[in-house]
Design a protein around this ligand. Structure first.
Ligand SMILES: [Zn+2]
Length: 265
């Protein structure tokens, strides 16, 4: 599933392309993609409207098209957006296509069909209904708030960072990067972290996510001292002379440096 930086890149893409363009029609090419409304209802609600604003909370993107009406695309594993004019530019797995009166289209492409398109009354309402915690990049998500959340957590630190109910945005890939930067082993027990370590993780959390957005989530555009460009078993650690290792943590394959990331058990 795309994580906060991926969704932020999609959001910015939509802002640059499809915002404030009048919608002529909506083509639903695969009804399975719609959560709890019909293609006809989507078509009727959107025809003649414009995408007026976008927001993001954690891994979710919201596109406002009317008063108290937001489109919520879920990208699944493989979803993305494409804005284009010529038919030959159309993507292979376009499931929903928004046609604008200017002749352009916005396709919601989803190869593995794990994505969905929802409609919500508002960001807050959707977040409450789906139990989505505060967005970790919000300004008011500060060290105090982070510490308060981490103090209540038990179990391994990687899972704590990925728990969307407590704080939203971080998934498998960026939790690895954050812990790599903070020098903490992913399987460290959360209750063993001291204040200094919690602060280090918090700082890494903000820095890593911002850097990933700047790099437009291209691992090769990330700083060379980061884990992402070398996220592969046996690779030399860019921070020390250690080797990159991988392991299963709560069912997810994580990567870390076997040397500079200390485990607190
Ligand atoms: Zn290292």
């Amino acid at each position: 599933m795309p994580e906060l930086p991926d969704v932020e890149v999609f959001r910015k893409y939509l802002n640059r392309t499809a915002l404030n363009k009048k919608i002529d029609k909506v083509e639903v090419r695969d009804n399975d993609i719609l959560s709890d409304h019909s293609a006809r209802s989507l078509q009727m609600q959107l025809k003649g409207k414009k995408f007026k604003a976008t927001k993001r909370r954690g891994k979710y993107m919201f596109v406002k098209f009317d008063k108290n009406a937001w489109l919520v695309p879920h990208f699944g594993m493989t979803g993305f957006l494409k804005y284009y004019k010529d038919e030959d530019k159309e993507t292979e797995h376009a499931r929903v296509v928004f046609d604008f009166t200017n002749g352009y289209k916005l396709a919601f492409d989803n190869q593995r069909k794990l994505g969905k398109v929802d409609i919500a009354k508002g960001v807050q309402e959707f977040a409450e209904k789906n139990d989505i915690g505060p967005d970790v990049l919000e300004d008011d998500f500060d060290l105090g708030k982070f510490k308060e959340i981490m103090d209540k957590k038990r179990g391994i630190v990687k899972s704590a960072l990925m728990d969307q109910k407590s704080m939203s945005g971080v998934g498998n890939i960026y939790s690895d990067e954050i812990l790599f930067r903070a020098g903490i082993h992913p399987a460290s027990k959360t209750e063993r972290l001291d204040n200094k370590q919690v602060k280090k993780i918090f700082r890494a959390l903000k820095t890593v996510l911002k850097k990933a957005i700047e790099a437009e989530v291209d691992p090769q555009k990330m700083p060379s001292s980061y884990l992402l460009p070398v996220r592969e078993e046996g690779h030399k650690c860019p921070e020390c002379s250690g080797k990159i290792k991988s392991s299963k943590f709560s069912g997810r394959t994580g990567y870390y440096c076997g040397k500079h990331q200390k485990q607190l058990s």
